[in-house]
Design a protein around this ligand. Structure first.
Ligand code: ADP
Ligand code: MG
Length: 251
């Protein structure tokens, strides 16, 4: 069966003048339509490196990434990226911020602008479209960043610790919010996080990376996404058992 995304034997070595760092070694896994996959691993093991390769920002030393069977270096703009910081431009309004990607990729046509307006309406941002980012809460800023990515209609959404910069209370709300939007928009997502609770409660599958040079050490499957509320997922035995198993795998 052909997978939506297939990462095949991907390795990357960083070269500096002095030495070479083996960051990741022969990583392989796949993602199917509509799946939510988390990637966990020790700090510095190469998680950001891996996402950058999938996004096409970094070229792997060896190995290939396939999207619908085609190597990703041959397809453009199919993969959306969301970072820890929201990277909104303070001097642009919400609307100007979410339009930016369409402008850069020269996709600012009627149908995309309509889709953009729909997303803003659907997710409660339409009334804020002429406001500047500093008038928004941390949670709303993340939602703007997510919509800016979604409007490009990516086939895969990459999230690199997108909740890391938020305080505890905001974080809980934003995680539920982002998770609901991703489910509703049926976006295949890869989330990098160091928070095991986040990984387990949000995902269909969790991929555990070893320490550097990292490879896929273990993989776990959950049924937790059937439960709508993340707080409820966290009360189940399945959740508790998985967090413990992954914790053991990492230590
Ligand atoms: P993680 O996101 O899992 O914390 P990274 O992917 O950021 O890890 O980094 C993996 C390893 O590669 C680390 O040891 C880091 O120091 C090294 N590294 C990251 N970026 C570069 C770079 N541009 N040049 C050299 N080494 C790098
Ligand atoms: Mg990182």
């Amino acid at each position: 069966m052909q997978h939506l995304l297939e990462i095949k034997d991907v390795s990357l070595n960083y070269h500096t003048l002095k030495d070479e760092t083996k960051a990741i070694e022969k990583i392989s896994f796949y993602a199917d339509n509509n799946e939510f996959i988390s990637i966990v691993g020790p700090s510095g093991c190469g998680k950001t490196t891996l996402l950058s390769i999938i996004a096409g920002i970094l070229k792997p030393s060896s190995g290939t990434i396939f999207l619908n069977g085609t190597p990703t270096y041959e397809v453009k703009n199919k993969i959306g990226y969301m970072f820890q910081r929201d990277h909104l431009f303070e001097w642009r309004t919400v609307l100007q911020n979410v339009k930016l990607g369409l402008e850069i990729t020269k996709n600012k046509d009627e149908s995309n602008l309509k889709y953009l307006e729909e997303l803003l309406q659907k997710y409660g941002l339409y009334d804020f479209k002429d406001k500047y980012p500093n008038h928004l809460s941390g949670g709303m800023r993340q939602r703007v960043a997510l919509i800016r990515t979604l409007v490009l209609r990516p086939e895969i959404l990459l999230l690199d610790e997108p909740f890391g910069a938020l305080d505890y209370q905001t974080r809980k709300l934003v995680i539920q919010d982002v998770s609901d939007i991703i489910t509703r928009e049926q976006k295949t997502s890869l989330l990098v996080t160091h928070d095991l609770g986040e990984a387990v409660s949000l995902s269909d599958r969790i991929i555990v990376l070893s320490k550097r040079p990292s490879f896929v050490k273990a993989e776990f499957t959950t049924n937790l996404r059937k439960i709508p509320l993340i707080e409820e997922r966290k009360k189940t035995d399945e959740y508790k058992e998985l967090v413990e198993k992954i914790w053991k795998e990492l230590s």
